[in-house]
Design a protein. Structure first.
Lengths: 76, 144
């Protein structure tokens, strides 16, 4: 036991099998998590895009409203 | 009931008042365009609501997956044999440095008991605790 960082650890064979199963399930779950995260990212991008469009539309309405306002009230 | 005569005098207040609008077609176009844009805004809003609903569902799924991962990780740690590194180490290999690192922990003055807050810990605080516990374990591994 000279290299204390690499001290061997003995695991019961039954536990070992269970550990392997758990690792497999964890791998699967991690894959699912990654997929979910990608979906959330894509949805966030869509939302940002929609908010950007919303902003542009509002700016457009404001511009046109200002034109209408001046056309209506220039006689005052 | 007496019928109103055509020649009845129109009061001064009811006389119609007209204002001239220059370029009426253009104005009409502008109004229609702004109506169109308003509808686009409403469409944007509806689409955002749908996206948020989808995002909420995805976030819930993600949250569940992460919770399951935490649970599996806990189970995984439970399956590993429990041992103290110090016990497995050759006493000769324990350096002065590590002994010093251990000593102050043993001779720490007793902490003054502070009244614990009664409120339950939030999910974020619980996660923070788990994280600091893991960091502590990692630190002890690194010092060896």
């Amino acid at each position: 036991m000279n290299n204390d960082k690499n001290v061997p650890v003995f695991v019961k064979i039954n536990d070992y099998k269970e550990i392997l199963d758990i690792v497999d399930v964890m791998k699967q779950k991690l894959k699912e998590t990654k997929v979910s995260l990608e979906h959330v990212k894509a949805l966030k991008q869509q939302e940002d895009q929609e908010i950007g469009d919303w902003e542009k539309n509002i700016a457009e309405i404001a511009k046109r409203l200002s034109y209408i306002d001046s056309a209506f009230f220039e006689n005052e | 009931m007496a019928k109103k005569t055509i020649n009845q005098e129109i009061p001064e207040e009811d006389t119609p008042y007209f204002v001239s609008i220059k370029a009426p077609i253009d104005l009409r176009r502008q109004m229609l365009e702004s109506s169109k844009k308003s509808i686009h805004c409403l469409q944007n809003h509806q689409r955002i609501l749908l996206i948020r609903e989808k995002k909420k569902r995805e976030m819930a799924e993600l949250n569940d997956s992460i919770k399951e991962l935490i649970f599996l990780n806990k189970k995984f740690n439970e399956k590993l044999p429990k041992y103290k590194h110090e016990l497995l180490r050759d006493p000769k290999t324990i350096t002065k440095e590590t002994q010093e690192a251990v000593k102050p922990i043993e001779h720490r003055p007793p902490k003054v008991a502070r009244p614990k807050p009664m409120r339950e810990k939030t999910e974020l605080e619980k996660l923070e605790d788990s994280l600091s516990s893991i960091e502590g374990k990692l630190k002890t591994l690194n010092t060896q």
